[in-house]
Structures are given as structure tokens and as C-alpha cells.
Design a protein around this ligand. Sequence first.
Ligand SMILES: Nc1ncnc2c1ncn2[C@@H]1O[C@H](COP(=O)(O)OP(=O)(O)OP(=O)(O)O)[C@@H](O)[C@H]1O
Length: 967
Amino acid sequence: MSFVTPDQRRRLRSSIPWFTTPDQTRRSGPAPFPPFATPRPESRRLDLRWPDGGVPGRSDRDKEVNVQVVLRCRPFSDDEQRLNVQKVIICNEQKREVTVSSKQVDKTFTFDKVFGINAQQRTIYDSAILPVVSEVLEGFNCTVFAYGQTGTGKTYTMEGGTKSKGELATDAGVIPRAVRQIFDTLEAQKADYSVKVSFLELYNEEITDLLAPDGSTRFGEERQRRTISLMEDGKGGVFVRGLEEEVVYSASDIYSLLERGSAKRRTADTLLNKQSSRSHSIFSITVHVREATIGGEDLIKCGKLNLVDLAGSENILRSGAREGRAREAGEINKSLLTLGRVITALVEHSGHIPYRDSKLTRLLRESLGGKTKTCIIATVSPSAHCLEETLSTLDYAYRAKNIRNKPEVNQKLSKSVLLKDLYLEIERMKQDVQAAREKNGVYIPHDRFVQNEAEKKMVNERVETLENELEQWKKKANRFEEFYNAEKEQTLNLRSDIKQCRENLENVNRAFQELQENHRMIKSVVKEKEFIISKLLCSENSLLEQTKELRTNLETASEDLNTLLSKLDCKTKLEGENHELVLKFGFQLDQSLRNLHKIVIESVSQQNQHFKSMEKCISSFLASKCEATKNLESRIGKIKDSYSSGVAIMKDFACSLQQKASQNIEHMETTFYAQAMTIENFLVTAVSEAEYVLHDIQGSLSEHKQLVCFSAKQQEEGLQRNLVSTLVISKTMIDFFNDFHSRVSRLMEILEENHRERSCQIANFEKKFKDDSVREEKEALKRITTILANLTARKTNMVSEALKNMSDVNIEDKRKLEQEMFSIQKVSEDAKKEWNSYIGKVENQIQEDTFSMAGARGTMEHILQDCSKKVDDSRQQWKNIQLVVGHINNNSTTEITTYVEQSISANSTALEEIMSTSMSADGKFSDGASDLLVGVNSLPTNMYNPEEARYHCAKSGIHRGIKGTSI
Ligand SMILES: Nc1ncnc2c1ncn2[C@@H]1O[C@H](COP(=O)(O)OP(=O)(O)OP(=O)(O)O)[C@@H](O)[C@H]1O
């Protein structure tokens, strides 16, 4: 291999992949790697080795690491000191905490490292950046970027204060220190290496090459500011087409390039920073290190360090930016905003990360969530004036801590591939030189060239845009395809799951429906029972009401009866009064008769006197007088007879009335007694019937209760059985899984053991091989030709022996694995069998349960029918009772009314009879009295002779009768 010497230093113009691995570089453009340019041409064996001695290991690939975030607080500027600005930032480097403390806020943030105002550049570099640069030399791609408000020391941190080409100044920043570390390490390792650098600026979304040659030609300025384009590499990465990489041979080379590039950076004087960077800059150092392998072929290890100095976020008002500067600041803020959105999306694991929204995020894509190791240096000001921006920076940085990258070691390249690329590049350059020398290229006027260039640029841009779009579409299509496939797979899985679920659901639904049905039935039965009971209670209540009503009616009837009895009493009283009246009348009559008798005696005595005086005179008239007396006597007898007959009639009538009334009362009493008895009997019957019905209902209820209890018990038993079987099966499953787990862990142990054994064997083999190689090399020096054959044979034997051993081990492993698999299969089979038996058991159980439930349902239906029939019967009975009670009530009312009416009419008839009898007696009496008066009056008063009358009386016996009456 021929190395290029320092005097062959030249610029390599290439299409440089951005933040990508060398294999991607190879694909993207011709001859991307410089020849090895170590200023020590002698070839040496390298001491540098990959940790795993080869391609990056699986563990490397899978390992995710968080983005490291370092916070730095700058000291007060002179102006701030002069104005005595309040300090709001307190840094605790030990605790790695930074506290923002002011009147408005008091907030503490923790970072991976925290550096206060007194932190030196060297301290920061040694503790935060040095490990990162070491990783670059191990073959990783690493990025360090500074982020913060304008004027907080990003450029100071990255580049440093004073620039010196020789020794590092104390305030030298990250870039010069990293360059120094890289060269020092490589030199110390005496490695064959090549280092190249690039320096680009991103200003207003345009990329310019800061290392492009100065305006040596008249188109210099134009070339200097010529924008270059960012291209997609088709594998998710980007590369900057036309960015020049400068091969460097020493640290001082880089310093001068850095100085040159920095001088070209767009800066401006703002209120917050006298030399404020108005663009983002990316300084990249790519290191290639050659290392020899066992096979003798050289491999090239590659690492890349990207040092990013972002333009400061700024408050346009406070930075005093106007017009162009304000637009510029707007662009800066926009790209930083996109960076913020990317960080947020990464932290929140959003499906879409908006990398494509700005060129800055496209360039930093691999550093944020990619395969690069990243360290962010967040810079803040201690000043209270910057509180808002400081908080925003701290929030931003704090969120960025959660971004996880998957760093991967770059794949090593073989020397031959590298050489091929270099030859191609040399060939292309030769052709260029030849064309220039022979002047057989294309020569056109400058204006046309500028025009053509402009057109080319436009076309390029258009192509780039179209390529981007195409790439995007392709990506989208891929995404959709992936999504479609995933969806398809998921749909299939889901379908089978759904099928399974449906089956399960159907089973569960069936069981649930059955249970629901049973529950519903039981509920309805209970409801019906409740309804029946409530109805019975209602009817009982209404019966009680009716009974009460009946009692009230009876009471009313008995009151009526009492009234009737009192009326009868009245009537009896009236009759008594009548009797008294009759007696009085008889007494008065007697009195009258006595009076009459007296009068008659007086008359007789007078007549006797007359008789005596006129005995002689009226003796002639005695005959007539005797006749008249006889008539009178007969009339008096008649009156006496009629009077006594009247009294007897009255007495008979009163007796008959008395008899009738007592008969009536007796009749009524018997009727009422009979009615009361009927009602009582009826009530007794009704109550006994009701009791019977209630007893029946209670019986059926208790029957139901028993049945429900029985079915519940049966269900409980079934569930218990299910539970037991579930427990058994779960225990079996747990046992199975435990067994499975123990077997798997045993398998793992065996595998690990095998792995260890194999590693051990390999290491032994390697060691042995090395020892043998050294020994054999020594021997080979002596007996190169003869021993070479033996050596080869021995090596072959050794290799075959080792291979045999390995294959034996493999066979053994396979056997063990097969054994384990067999046992696992057996366990699975057992589990399957148990599961099937369990399913059978469960099915039988369910069938039994279903059968018993059907039986219970039939019985319940039967009982319900009985119950409803009984309820109908009882309803009918109660209706009958109602009718009978109504009938009895009506009858008794009618009978009582009739009796009362009859009694009233009988009473009135009796009264009428009494009246008529009394009147007829009166008439007869008055007739007799008048007759008597007439007879008395008809007697001759002048001829009355008492002697004659006495004579006549004596003759007729009247005198005796009168005397007897008076006695
Ligand atoms: N840690 C520090 N020690 C001493 N001086 C510092 C420190 N940090 C920053 N400075 C000074 O502060 C000023 C602004 O720093 P610098 O230009 O690096 O800020 P910046 O963040 O890059 O600003 P911008 O975003 O505007 O470019 C400089 O004069 C610099 O020397």
C-alpha cells in the first residue's frame, strides 16, 4: 500500500456522507476516503483493537444510550458586572443540579454534568468531552453540540477565546482540544491513520462550505458563498453534496483551517453579543485508522466527530435585531424551534419525528435518535435579564436528556475496497488533469458559464427536490407497505383471536343466558308470589272491611230492632194506657152507674115518698109503671151486657195484641239470631277457607323456597365443582409453567455453559494458535520451505480438530436441546391432555347443570300453574262469599223491613179496631143511656107513688137487684 506523504497534501473534492457509516459513504460517491496520510510512512502493526475484535457485536447494536446533557453557566460579562445585574442561577456541580432562583421562579434541574461560572475550559473538556472523543477513536460517530441563548458562550465553549496555532491556550474550546486529543492518541498509539475535516455553515436554510478556497480567482467570492445541497442517501441518511474535506496531518493544520472557516462565519454585533454568530456551524473530523488482521488483510476503522455550534436563540426585541437581522434571527429561531419539536417528538416517542422540517434537523438526524453518540452542551447566562430564555434553555435541555440513541460502531473497511475507491478517484482526477492539460475540455465565456452554473444549480436543486420527494414517497410507500403488512398480519391474528373470542363469548353467553333465564324465572316466580300475597292481603283486608261493614250493618239492624222494640214498648204502653182508659171508662161508668143508682135510689125514695103520698093516686098507674120498670130493667141489663161484652172484647183485643207483639218480637229475634248464625257460620267457613287457601299458598311458597334453595345449592355445587376443576387446572398450568420455566432456565444455563465453554475453547484456540504461530514463525525462519508444508498440515489438523471439537459440542448441544424439546413437548402433551380432560369434565358438568336446571324449571312451572289455579279458586270463593254476604244482607234487610211494615200495619189495624170498638161501645153506651133517659123521662112524674113503686118493685124484684148492685 502506498501512503501519501505530507507534500502530497491536497484537497479532496467529494460527496461526503453526513453522519453516516463508511459503507454508506462508499455507495454515495467516488473515493470518499483519503489515502493514509500519517507522516510516518513505515507500516506498523496496530495496537488498537475493537473490544470484540471484529464487527460490532449484537450487544452494541441493541444498546440504547441517553443523550448526555451538560450545562454550563457563563460568568457575568463586563457590562453585566458594571450594571450590577442580579444573579439568578446557582450551580451545584457535585449534585449536578442547577437552580433558577428569583422572585418569580424557584426551580431546580438535574443534568449529567453541571459547570458553574468558574468552570474552566479544560475542566469541561476533560470531564465531559474527552470520553466522547475516545469513543470516536473506537470507531463511533459522535456529536457534540452547543445550544443556548445568544451570547451565553456557545462559540466560546466550542472554539474558545484566543486562537493560537501552537500550544493550546487555557481558554481553548472543545474543537481544538478534541483535535489535540485525537492526534495525541493516534501518535501515542503509533497508528497508521488519516484525519480529514470539513466545516460547513447553515445560514438561512442554506449550506455553505467554510473551507472552500478563498477568492483566488475572480469568481472567488462567488465560490466562497456558493451554497451546496443536502441529499438523501436513500437509507434514511443525508449527505452534503460538494462539501470539501481537507486532509490534515497535524493539530496545527486543523487550527489554521478552523481559524479560516471561523473567519468566514457570518457574525454580527447585537445588543447581547458583540460578535454574535448568525449561522449554525458544523465542524467534522473524520478519523481513519488502519489495523491489521489475522488473515493479513488490513482493515480500516473509521470514526467521526461532529462539533456543532448552533446560532443562539434570541429575543428579537432584546437583541435589538432590525430588518435583515430580525429576519435572520427569525430563521435561526425557526430552525431551533424545529430542533425543539424533534426533541419533543423523540422524547414523547411520537410516530412522526419532524426531521425534514429544517436542514438543521436533517443534518442532526443521526445525532438525535440515531446511531451516533451525542452530547449537548446547554449554555446559560447567570443574569436575571435573561431569566426567560434561561428557563427555556433549561427546559429544552432537560427534555433532551430523555432522547435515546442507539450508537453503533462503524463497520470496518478492507484495504482493497478502500484502494479501489482511491484508484477510481485518482483515475477521475487524472482525466481532469489530462483534459486541462490538453485543453480538450469545454471552454465557454464566463457569463455563459455563470448562467450555465446557475441553471445547473437550479436543475440540481430541482433534482434534489424531486429526489427528496421521491425518497419521501418511497419512504411513505415503504411505510404503508410495512403498515399494510403489519395490519394484515394483525388482522389475521385479530381474526383468529376474534374467532376464538367469539366461540368463548358464545359459550359464556349461552351459560349466561341460561343463568339469566333461571334468574328471570325465579324472579318472576317470586314476583308472582309477592303479587299473590299482596292480592291475598288485599282481599283479606277487603274481607275484614266487609266484615266490619256487616258488623256495622248488624249493629244498625240491632239498633233498628231496639227502636222497634222501644216502639213496641210504646205500643204496649199505649195499650196499657188504653187499658187504663178502658178501666177508667169502666170506673167512670161504674161511678155513673153508682150515681145513677144513687139517683135511682133517691128517685125511688122520692118515688116511695111520692108512692106513699100518692100510693093511692098512682096505684092505677102501677101496672104501667111496673111495665116501664121492667123495660128499664131490661135496658139496664142490656147496657150491662154490652158494657161487659165491650170490656171483654177490649181485654181480648189487648191480649191478642200483646200476644201478637210478643210473637213478632220472638219471630224477629229468631230471624236475627238465624241471620247472625248464618253470617257467623258463613264467616267461620270463609275464614277457614281463607286459612286453607293461605295455608296452601304458604305450602307452595315453602315448596318454591325449597326448590329455589335446592337449585341454588345445585348451582353452587356446580360452581364449586367448576372452581375446584379450575383450581386443579390452574395448578396444573402453574406446575406446567414452573416446570417449563425450570426447563427453559436449565436450557439457558446449558446454553450459557456451552457458550462459556466455546468462548473458552476459542480463547484457548486463539492463544494456542498465537503461541504456535510465534513459535512456528521462529522455526519458519530456519526451515521455511520444509516446515511450511508441515505447518500448513498441522494448522489444518488443528483447525479441523478444533472444528471437530466444536461440532461434537454442537452435536451434544443439539442432543441436549432435542432432549429438552422432547421433554417440553411431553409436558405440553400432558398439559394438553389434562386440559382436554378438564374441558370434558366441564362440558359434562355444564350438561348436568343444564339438565338439573331444566328439571327445576319444569317443577317450578308446575308449581306455578298449581299456585295460579289455587289463586283462581280462592278468588272465586271470595267472590261467592261476597255474593252470599250480599244476599244475606239483602234478605235480612227485606225481612226486617217487611216485619217492621207488618208490625206497623198490625199495630195500626189494632188501633183502628180499638178505636172502632171503643166507638161502638161508646155508641152503645150512649144509646143505652139515652134509652134509659128516654125511659126515665117517659115515666109519669105527677102520679108517682112510692108505695106503688115499691110495690111494683117488690113485685118485679128490681128493688132487690138494685139493692144487690149497690152492695
Ligand atoms: N465561560 C466564559 N468565560 C469567559 N467568557 C465567556 C464565557 N462564555 C462566554 N464568554 C464571553 O461571552 C461573549 C459571548 O460569547 P459567545 O460569542 O461564545 O456567545 P454565543 O452563545 O456563541 O453567542 P451567539 O449565539 O450570539 O453566537 C464572548 O465575548 C465570550 O468571550
